[in-house]
Structure formats: C-alpha cells, structure tokens
Design a protein around this ligand. Structure first.
Ligand code: PLP
Length: 348
C-alpha cells in the first residue's frame, strides 16, 4: 500500500499550508455574533466589494450559504427552479424544503444548464391554484457536469428572463473562482447577473473552513438572522476568516495550474480507450465513465487505490477526479506513469 496518496476525491481535501497557518495565528479576533470580529468584517467587506454587492455574510459551509440564500429571498410554499443535477437539489439534505418550506422544481438541462424554452413554461402564472415561482438557482461551475463553466450569454439570458418575470436569481458559485480564472470574466461581471452568490473558500482556494453569501443589504440582514437560527453564529471566527483572506491573496490566480493538471488527466483518460470523458474538462473536475460493461467501476476504484490514487465513484458507471492545491508536480509525474498502466490493465 502506498504511503503517499494522490488524493483526487475532491478539492475539499487540501490542508492549510504553513503560510496559511501563520496567517491564522496572527488573526485579530472578537465575538463575531456581537459584530466584533475585525477579521471577519474585513473579509465580508472585501468580498462584497469584489462582487459589486452591498453586503456579505461569512458562514460555515457552502450548504449553509445556499440554504440561507434561498430562504432569505422567498416565503414558505414558494417554488424554486433549478437544475436536476445541481448541488442544491442533490446534496444539501433537502434543506431548502425542510427548513425553508420551499418546493423545488428541477429541470433537465444539458450539462447543468437551464434550458430556456422549458424555463419559460415552468414559471407559474399567478393563480390561486399554483405555488408562486420566486427564484431561479444556477450553479457555476457545475459540479456534476464536470466543472463546466456556465456560458456567460446563457447566464445573461436566464438573468434577463428572471428579471422580466420579477424572480430572484441565486448563483451557487462554490467554484466561481475556477470559472473566473478560466474565462477571465471578473467576479463582478458574473455577480451582476445574480441577486445572491455563494462563494466557497474551502474548495479550490484551500482554506480549511468557510463560505460566504453575497447579496444586497436586506437579503444579508435576513440571512444573518437565519444563520443564527440555524446555529451558524460563530464567535472568534476571525481565525478562519484569516485563512480565507490569505486564500484570496494567494490561491486564486494559481487555479489555472489545477485546470492544466485536470486537462492532462482528462487526456490520459480519453486516450486509454477503456474510459470516456462524460464532459469536456473545462476547469478542475474530471468526470468519466466506463466505455464497456466489462469494466466495473468499483473494481477500477480499488485498482487505483492499490496504486495510490484516490477517486470517487459518482453513481452507476461514473467516476470523478478533482485537482487542487495539494496535487503537486511530483504527484502529476507519478500519475503520468501509474494511471496509464492501471487503465491499460482494464478489460476491453
Ligand atoms: C457546487 C457546490 N455547491 C455547494 C457545495 C456545498 O459546500 P459545503 O460542502 O461547504 O457545504 C458544494 C460542495 O462540494 C458544491 O460542489
């Protein structure tokens, strides 16, 4: 069994670097529930300005940020339109329904995009029989669509349509930094198409904990109330916010390196003849599937593990690998030799 894993399960597996730990140890702190933590305030003000919005609130997780976004901009019984493969619909333990009383209306779009014609017919007319449509949620980049970047013009069309209908738009931008670095489109420009945005520090940016919800001042006031109600009010949390500030200073531009590494892994997979890429690799996520029924995905996972590579099976015949800050050039060197040989040993 290898001593050094090449851990491609997720970009959430990174550990804080010595420099990030140093920034944590120097953080000025106070009681953030009382509004006294200067480092948290600095983070929230900086991120709100970065996104061109009025305010932001630091929260423990992307899941809490999405949940606060939805319940702070809707009323129980409202309907939220979103992609069937979205994180909110699949991986947030039903929070929007359980906590916000929301009805989720999933659409089947190609690669995580909301299909516009279907979107038009999904918004409910005002009628006593119907739930009221209140919000459209988009995900950028899209996790289950292999880190796909939501094309800007398509986002613009969704946003224009939502505004025509008087609906709010929430962007789950857990990995918006990956989209921004890959396209060169600034955060502010993406944010201009949404009323609220979730942004995560604990994924590609390499901070240990935390996400932030960014929106107008009223929505954030509402979200602060809900954060407290859900037990997300944290005290001397400037320790964590300091890591996030460090991540913004040092770990955004370098995401291109993760994208280059992911593209290389995608090439190895595509050229194996045993597996096919389910989505083109656009950022740091690679989703692929077995090319024949002769290959069992769990057996492939075990073979990779025996060679020191960790990846996640992603339902049925699918597997996911994600590159991140802790995948070094040396790891890539090892992968270049190990991965082709594991794949060539698979049955055809
Ligand atoms: C697109 C997306 N949104 C939200 C989240 C939730 O983040 P957290 O795990 O911090 O709750 C994730 C987590 O992987 C994600 O991929």
């Amino acid at each position: 069994m290898p001593t050094e894993w090449i851990d491609l399960r997720s970009d959430t597996v990174t550990r804080p670097s010595p420099e990030m730990r140093e920034a944590i140890s120097r953080a000025e702190v106070g009681d953030d529930v009382l509004g006294d933590d200067p480092t948290v305030r600095r983070l929230e003000e900086r991120v709100a300005a970065m996104f061109g919005k009025e305010a932001a609130v630091y929260v423990p997780s992307g899941t809490m940020s999405n949940t606060l976004a939805l319940i702070s901009q809707t009323r129980p019984g409202n309907e939220v339109i979103l992609d069937r493969n979205s994180h909110i619909f699949n991986y947030e333990a039903g929070a929007a329904s359980a906590i916000g009383g929301l009805q989720l209306y999933p659409l089947d779009g190609p690669g995580g995009l909301l299909p516009l014609p279907q979107l038009h017919s999904t918004v409910r007319p005002v009628n006593v029989h119907h739930p009221q449509t209140a919000l459209i949620a988009v995900e950028n980049t899209h996790n289950r669509a292999g880190g796909r970047i939501y094309p800007f013009e398509e986002l613009e069309a969704v946003s224009d349509f939502a505004r025509e209908c008087g609906l709010r738009v929430h962007m789950d931008g857990a990995r918006l930094a990956n989209a921004s670095v890959a396209t060169g489109i600034p955060f502010q420009k993406y944010a201009s198409l949404a009323d609220s945005i979730t942004f995560c520090f604990s994924k590609g940016l390499g901070a240990p904990v935390g996400s932030i919800l960014i929106a107008d001042a009223d929505t954030i006031t509402n979200a602060r109330f809900w954060r407290k109600r859900l037990g997300g009010g944290m005290r001397q949390v400037g320790l964590l916010a300091a890591a996030c500030l460090y991540a913004l200073d040092h770990n955004v531009d370098r995401l291109v390196e993760d994208h280059t590494k992911a593209a290389r892994i995608g090439e190895i997979i595509a050229s194996s003849g045993k597996l096919t890429l389910t989505f083109e690799v656009e950022t740091n996520i690679i989703i692929f599937e077995t090319a024949s029924d002769a290959i069992d995905i769990d057996t492939l996972k075990q073979s990779l593990e025996k060679s020191g590579i960790l990846a996640l099976t992603f339902g049925g015949r699918f597997m996911r690998m994600v590159t991140h800050l802790d995948i070094t050039d040396e790891d890539m060197g090892r992968l270049e030799s190990i991965l082709p040989s594991v794949l060539s040993s698979l049955p055809s």
